[in-house]
Design a protein around this ligand. Sequence first.
Ligand SMILES: [Zn+2]
Length: 306
Amino acid sequence: MLMIIFTLIFPYISTQTCLATPGNIRFTHKTSKLKAGTSFLFQAASSHSGDRIHWSVSNPSLATINKSGKLTAKKVGTVNVTASCGNRKSTTKVTITPKKIIGIDAGHQKKGNSSLEPIGPGASKKKAKVSSGTQGVATRVNEYELNLAIAKKLKSELENRGYAVIMTRTKHNVNISNSQRSKLLNDAGCDIAIRLHADGSTNSKRTGASALYTSTSNPYVKKSVSKKSKTLAKNVLGAYCKKTKIKNNGIVVRDDLTGNNFSKIPTIVLEMGFMSNAKEDRNMQKSSTQKNMVHGIANGIDQYFK
Ligand SMILES: [Zn+2]
């Protein structure tokens, strides 16, 4: 019995005690890069045998580390991982890279721009650079305001989930055409693009959300990209309607949308609901609804990348 207690306690005591003797701690297994959402087991050795290594991380909101040295990356950024025992320690820097890069385009802007641009690369057909969008029939909130409010909240939610986010605009008073918005997201290396919009109709009874994507016969977009856009449309719209209880009006093929046609990455327009319906308009201004809207979209993005 005594022997059992001794063997149980002795290693515990011996590894807990970090004597202030000269020596060092060195990493035997480490990485300088880790993708958000993944883990890596750090290992370190002490020149003083029997030392138990204590693990810590400089910014626990970005990554956590357990007693065994397993680092789990959560958000994009840089952290320092420290292995220590008493006054002996060693630190190494780890850059947390994004799971994926998400482009968000908050549709419209303070003032529409009616000058024309081609609807796709090389297209002879032209459309206004940016239309002015709709307005809440009950709240009088402009569509460009709702779109940006959701875009900002979505950015924060996606970053919390380990994605990097590129926004086409972060304020209302800009002048960026739809083709420029797509080029901006293409050039930034985004993996997908979500274009946020809300609907308006002369029929005030119409409600619900839809997702617009390009067809496989679209002359401006690669077939493989359009196929992925369709999957993205299904995932995001499905998760959005499930979370918000907003009616699902389905995914819709559209080959006349400049922003989709100039995109080289899977892209959808999410029509979040009808601002021309008083009840839906008011609903989309509630902070509790907006939270669900954002979580729903993020859930759909998670599903798409699974
Ligand atoms: Zn719109």
